[in-house]
Design a protein around this ligand. Structure first.
Ligand SMILES: *Cc1c(COP(=O)(O)O)cnc(C)c1O
Length: 394
């Protein structure tokens, strides 16, 4: 086999991530590489940190991008806050809650699992009952925006409950950061991780994290060394940490951080609340169009994520055939159902740069065409007008 350069097609990304990366971010990625301890790079790191604090709505000093994907941010939170023998209340209502349980076990801690049905939010009452049964629990972990189902849970209420029981909280905000209301300090959350490829519309492979002063205190008080050398925040702090000299820990992904900086700058320019409102509006337009076609949403309106729309696959429709037709005919990617929802739902992402009227209208047109070709019983000719009516109202 002879190898040659790889030229990917220009897809439209409307799955569960990555989302479309704006040209401005890709351009930043291709700027000259400089040393990761270059004074100019160090000042860029400071700016990234303050832009991340803005995105998280937090003054947390320990806020930085972990040089690895969202899953590494998840692991960073667990390995730094947990010691063997700790008891953790972990909420599971989809794929990512399940991964949290796995992290807890691998830290040698005891997982008290609070289960909720896939497609439903985490039950605050069940978590309260779990704290009553396990007063020794010193951590609560849950997912803000469950990308596997399209549901969000109540961060403020769950973090308040953790505080009431002297426990810290770990919150997965991989899909929520930049796409829906998230106020880390006001809501009293302790350790949060996110990803760059969802509502930040940056390239994949970096995980912003933030730790509250209480979480930092627990890290400093640890007796048992963090099981991961790479993710040990005491060591990473030496490189990213504020005042003192930066010490070499690992080589930061310099160009990927140019890209992250640019995408965070775009978020700041738009304004966080304006970005949240944009995600909401495009979500409403998409839902109006899908329902006009006769499709049904899989999640109750009260708990739907604006950036990840779970749609029921109509009876008799070939899931994989529809998705490959969308990809082959329209260069459009949507997501398949995961786990318990495989074959039952599609997941249409409206994340970051992929949350626009253009994306909504293209997706509705393409889906209508493909479903019509497949002989699905849908109503044609109504979806565009239904979506546009939402935009007309604003
Ligand atoms: C995507 C995602 C992750 C994992 O992020 P990776 O960058 O794929 O490692 C974790 N949690 C949630 C909720 C996600 O949507």
């Amino acid at each position: 086999m002879t190898s040659s350069s790889f030229f990917p097609p220009q897809r439209t990304l409307m799955g569960p991530g990555p989302s479309d990366v704006p040209a401005r971010v890709l351009a930043a990625l291709s700027r000259p590489t400089i040393g990761h301890l270059d004074p100019l790079f160090v000042s860029l790191m400071d700016d990234i940190k303050s832009l991340l604090q803005y995105a998280f709505q937090s003054d947390n000093a320990l806020t930085l991008p972990v040089s690895a994907p969202g899953s590494a941010g998840m692991e960073a939170c667990f390995v730094n806050l947990l010691s063997p023998g700790d008891t953790v209340i972990v909420c599971s209502n989809g794929v990512f809650g399940g991964r949290m349980i796995e992290n807890v076990k691998r830290c040698g801690a005891n997982a008290v699992v609070v289960e909720d049905e896939w497609g439903k939010p985490v039950s605050v009452d069940k978590v309260a009952a779990a704290f009553e049964r396990h007063p020794e629990a010193n951590l609560l972990a849950f997912v803000h925006a469950e990308t596997s189902t399209g549901v969000y849970s109540d961060v403020a209420a769950l973090c308040a409950l953790a505080k009431q029981h002297n426990a810290l909280s770990i919150v997965d905000t991989v899909t929520s950061l930049g796409g829906m209301e998230l106020r880390v300090d006001a809501w009293g959350a302790d350790a949060l991780y996110s990803g760059t490829q969802k509502c930040l519309s940056c390239v994949p492979g970096i995980s912003p994290v933030t730790f509250s002063p209480a979480a930092v205190e627990r890290i400093k008080q640890r007796k048992h060394p963090v099981q991961s050398w790479f993710l040990d925040m005491q060591l990473v702090m030496g490189y990213w940490g504020g005042e003192s000299k930066r010490a070499y820990h690992h080589t930061a992904p310099v160009n990927a951080l140019y890209a992250l900086h640019e995408s965070l700058l775009m978020l700041k320019e738009e304004g966080l609340e304006a970005a949240w409102a944009r995600h909401q509006l495009n979500h409403q337009a998409l839902v109006a169009g899908l329902e006009a076609m006769g499709l049904e949403m899989a999640v109750d309106a009260a708990h739907r994520l604006p950036q990840l729309n779970s749609v029921r696959i109509p009876e008799g429709v070939d899931d994989a055939a529809v998705r490959s037709a969308l990809l082959n005919e329209f260069d459009l990617e949507i997501g398949a159902g995961l786990g318990a929802l495989a074959g039952k739902t599609w997941r249409i992402g409206l994340m970051g740069h992929s949350s626009s009227a253009r994306h909504v209208l293209i997706c509705l047109a393409a889906l209508e065409s493909v479903l019509h070709d497949q002989g699905a019983k849908i109503r044609t000719g109504l979806a565009q007008a239904a979506a546009k009516a939402i935009y007309a109202k604003g």
